[in-house]
Ligand binder design. Structure first.
Ligand code: PEP
Ligand code: MN
Length: 650
């Protein structure tokens, strides 16, 4: 094992560690490097690394005796993300795969795909070659099954997952399958693992009926060593003495695996519990325990299913479960993965530029609020009235609309020059890994006092607005001390309320545009205390859909190690690459008290002939940051939120 010692370790602590290792029959080699001092300890006798880890002066212990290499966390520090035709598994997402145990007919699989897609599944499962305990049970539809599974997946934009039981079936499967599943019974079928690994496609590797975690990782090693880089581990319950459930779902495997491997981990609650009423509770438990996703059996008619009907959810149960997961996921710092926008929705184009996309079709941009909201104005002005503004109930809905294709873009406020950062959206940007910033716009916020037509300022007795609207106009309001101040959820909502009440004594503080929308009149415009009142919005899109050709701005998220100088070193990289850091925001990391996620805004350098070069500077800095995260973990979780253009609107 490798024992990394703390930087300022005391001599007596060092000696004590050495004595402890030697007493346990290990030979100790001291290696003094520039950055750190380590002890290499070798010997025939095994020793529990935890016993060494707790010794004073030990920073970390890296066992080098693991039989699996490529699957191990030491091999790759960052979590792996498996990308299945645009659907990602791993990272901060919860990706749900659903469908029947077996493909039974074209109608059955088509109906299954429709129902699971509607509820939010991102991939379709269905067995065509079924490894059944009894030779007399339904064995699956074979090649025909794989073909119709693919047709159903394509019809609803869902990549497909199906089990392979023999390498002989590869020719019949390879044109249709997106993810090969290795079933529990075949986890240690090493010849099959080698052949499937060599296909280079994503694989879901289920845990064997009585496999230890180490045996399971060795099976993953077979796949990785044979050629694929994309292995997803699936806990599906193990054989124990307990018979109340079909198997015993080992949820503790999730945190255990998390430290041993970088591979994504999903859970199959269906085969674990074997009865449908226990599937949803265990699904939620799996998400709470840190699973990257689920694979769940859902059948349009479980009572007519040819296999595993008893554990298959009714589509309505699946829908309810997905809603519950939607609520739970943010609590544990995750977001539910959504289906990518089918390319037909985007006019069949994959890569477009932010500048040319508006020419290709009328675009839609979602925002939070009602008609007349400032975000709506930001959309109209950013897109020169070329975009349809789609109102949503809240910021998360804006993101969901972008992810599932109802809108191409979203407009989210990120900071106000008087009130400061909109933290909710900073957190949303970190939570949703499949969105990126493709633009930014600064809008001047000018408030007006709006009332019914015919009303005069002397009629007014109460004034309605968002708390920000009231606060930003307090000089004006102080001239009318008798007025009552009533808070509303939004400024446009205040205008709507005054219009619907048809009461001359009420007024709203909102943008002037609301006068026309709600048939009101403006009694006074420009009533904000400080006319230098601006809100900066970011324009978001689904990641990878757009490329900005002339970026002048970038935002990057990262965290740093909890040690002196770590943030300083990370920030030093921006200077080194000539990048102008214009804003640094930090937000607490959920579940890790006193650790923060940093958001750095960077102006790409002026005077560089081509903005491509500017972007290269940024990428060089990030590459170096990423290297720092690999080398000694000073910087972690580096993510470019976007390379984009900012627009200033007066
Ligand atoms: C299945 O997913 O349908 C299946 C047979 O699972 P397992 O291999 O986990 O039993
Ligand atoms: Mn099954």
């Amino acid at each position: 094992m490798v024992i990394v010692l703390e930087k300022n370790i005391r001599d007596d602590d060092k000696q004590r560690i050495r004595n402890f290792l030697e007493k346990n029959s290990l030979r100790v080699n001291e290696i003094t490097g520039e950055e750190e001092t380590i002890f290499g300890a070798v010997g025939k006798v095994g020793i529990d690394p935890r016993e060494v880890e707790i010794l004073p002066g030990v920073q970390r212990v890296i066992p080098i005796s693991k039989p699996y290499k490529m699957a191990s966390r030491e091999f790759k520090r960052e979590d792996s993300v498996v990308n299945v035709r645009g659907v990602k598994v791993g990272g901060r997402r919860v990706s749900v795969i659903a469908g029947p145990c077996a493909v039974e007919s074209a109608e059955q699989i088509m109906e299954s795909a429709a129902r699971v897609a509607e509820s939010g599944a991102v991939m379709l499962r269905g067995g065509a070659y079924k490894p059944r305990t009894s030779p007399y049970a339904f064995q699956g539809m074979g090649e025909e099954g794989v073909r119709i599974l693919r047709e159903a997946g394509d019809a609803y934009g869902l990549p497909v997952v199906t089990e392979i039981v023999s390498a002989e079936h590869i020719p019949a499967m390879r044109d249709y399958v997106d993810v090969y599943q290795i079933g529990a019974r075949n986890m240690q079928n090493f010849e099959l693992l080698k052949k499937v690994g060599a296909l280079g496609k994503p694989v879901i590797l289920k845990r064997g009926l009585s496999a230890t975690i180490e045996e399971w990782l060795m099976a993953a090693e077979y796949l990785l060593a044979s050629g694929t880089e994309d292995v997803i581990l699936c806990e599906r319950g193990i054989r124990t003495y307990e018979r109340a459930t079909r198997n015993t779902l080992d949820l503790s495997a999730i945190p255990v695996l998390r430290s041993l491997t970088h591979l994504p981990i999903i859970v199959d609650p269906s085969h674990a519990v074997g009865v449908r009423d226990k599937v949803s509770p265990m699904s939620l438990a799996a998400i709470a325990a840190g699973a990257d996703g689920l694979i769940v059996e859902v059948h349009p008619c479980p009572d007519c299913a040819l296999s595993d009907g008893a554990q298959s959810l009714y589509p309505e149960q699946f829908e309810k479960m997905m809603r519950d997961i939607e609520v739970l996921a943010p609590v544990v710092g995750r977001s539910v993965s959504r289906r990518p926008v089918p390319s037909s929705v985007l006019g069949g184009q994959k890569k477009k530029t932010a500048e040319t996309s508006s020419a290709s079709r009328p675009l839609t941009c979602a925002y939070s609020g009602g008609r007349g909201a400032y975000a709506e104005q930001a959309i109209q002005r950013y897109y020169d009235d070329e975009a349809t503004a789609l109102p949503m109930a809240n910021f998360r809905e804006v993101i969901h609309a972008v992810l599932d294709g109802r809108a191409e873009y979203g407009m989210l406020p990120i900071e106000n020059s008087l009130a400061g950062s909109v933290y909710e959206n900073y957190d949303n940007l970190a939570l949703y890994e499949d969105i990126e910033i493709v633009g930014a716009v600064t809008l001047r916020i000018e408030h007006s006092l709006l009332a019914l037509k015919g009303a005069t300022i002397d009629d007014i007795q109460s004034v309605y607005s968002h708390p920000q609207g009231l606060a930003q106009c307090d000089d004006f309001l102080s001239k009318y001390p008798a007025w009552k101040h009533i808070e509303t959820a939004s400024t446009s909502g205040a205008a709507e309320l005054v219009a619907s009440a048809q009461d001359k004594t009420r007024a709203a503080i909102a943008s002037e545009v609301n006068a026309a929308i709600y048939r009101l009149q403006s009694l006074k415009t420009g009533i904000e205390t400080n006319p230098r009142n601006y809100t900066r919005f970011v324009v978001i899109a689904r990641s990878g859909e757009l490329v900005c050709e002339n970026p002048n701005h970038s935002t990057v998220i990262f965290t740093v190690a909890n040690r002196p100088g770590a943030l300083h070193e990370a920030l030093g990289l921006f200077m080194k690459h000539g990048l102008n850091l214009t804003k640094l925001e930090s937000r607490p990391i959920q579940g890790e008290p006193w650790r923060y996620r940093f958001y750095a805004n960077v102006n790409l350098p002026e005077g560089v002939a081509s903005s491509v070069v500017a972007a290269e500077h940024m990428k060089a800095a990030l590459a170096e940051m990423q290297k720092m995260s690999q080398d000694d973990g000073i910087v972690q979780g580096v993510r470019i939120l976007g390379l984009y253009n900012t627009k200033e609107l007066a």
